[in-house]
Ligand binder design. Structure first.
Ligand SMILES: Nc1ncnc2c1ncn2[C@@H]1O[C@H](COP(=O)(O)OP(=O)(O)O)[C@@H](O)[C@H]1O
Ligand SMILES: [Mg+2]
Length: 258
């Protein structure tokens, strides 16, 4: 089981969109995938069509130590894709956790219990470098960093890499940056292209070959509660996430190196 955090402390850069669609396409490749919603906004949960008001157990119960992860996980209608849902209650749980012993390893401990059940865990992170995010880093094998191809794209990335370094020095020496994913790339604007180039310079060898284009289908799919591959599998956004999922498997499993 490999755990991948989709992370960037900025909001609106495409973390949730990437988490849902990468998870979906990994499952289409025959992998057993758990999409773990670790953002109190619960957008990955609603993006898969799950009504947050109807949930009895969520990741908040897991983090609080009041439920087993196995009891929280829902099967989706897609073969091989399961969901560990979240709601805004997770934000309260995070506050309550602040002084509790073992607060950094809650997620890691929970994931140990499902190690045999999944090939990939895709973790959707909150837009902050919070206790939840650090739990995610400590529980993860890899980070995938979506970066929106816009003017302030690189802002805050230094801080994120610093947090990653601290976690590597401390509780999770094995943590690796798997790749940087340019998102909302608009080939019609020079700025977008320039930022894409800048991202490649800043992260040599780390940037995924297929950038994610700005594509309205990607923005529409969550309101229908489905991955883009279901909503419009011939859209540019769908093709791009499919290619990225393949590249992730190639990078991790070493299949002809992409
Ligand atoms: N490639 C894209 N093209 C067009 N819209 C996108 C794209 N990626 C994300 N969006 C939209 O942008 C908004 C922010 O994306 P989201 O994935 O929720 O970011 P985050 O999880 O980082 O906050 C959402 O409304 C989403 O539907
Ligand atoms: Mg999000």
């Amino acid at each position: 089981m490999k755990v991948i955090s989709i992370t960037n402390q900025k909001g609106g850069v495409g973390k949730t969109t990437s988490a849902i669609n990468i998870a979906y396409f990994l499952s289409k490749m025959g992998k057993r995938v758990l999409l773990l919603d670790f953002d109190p906004q619960g957008n990955a949960t609603s993006g898969l069509g799950v009504d947050k008001n109807e949930l009895n157990l969520t990741m908040a119960d897991v983090v609080a130590g009041e439920a087993a992860l196995k009891d929280v996980i829902l099967e989706t209608e897609y073969k091989g894709l399961s969901l560990a849902p979240a709601t805004p209650v997770l934000a309260n749980t995070e506050v309550e956790l602040a002084n509790v012993q073992g607060r950094f390893t809650r997620l890691k401990t929970a994931l140990e219990t499902v190690r045999e059940d999944y090939d990939y865990v895709i973790l959707d992170s909150p837009p902050s470098l919070s206790l939840l995010t650090v739990n995610g880093f400590i529980a993860s094998d890899f980070l995938v960093l979506p970066v929106q191809a816009e003017f302030y794209a690189m802002e805050g990335l230094g801080q994120l890499l610093e947090s990653m370094k601290l976690v590597k020095k401390g509780m999770n020496p094995g943590l690796e940056l798997l790749g940087v994913l340019p998102t909302m790339v608009d080939s019609r604007t020079t700025l977008s292209g320039q930022v894409h180039e800048e991202i490649k310079k800043f992260f040599p060898g780390k940037v995924f070959k297929t950038p994610i284009p700005r594509n309205i289908r990607l923005a529409e799919a969550p309101s229908h509660g489905v991955p883009v591959g279901v909503y419009d599998r011939f859209s540019k956004g769908s093709w791009a996430y499919k290619a990225v999922a393949k590249e992730i498997v190639a990078r991790i499993e070493g299949e002809n190196n992409g």
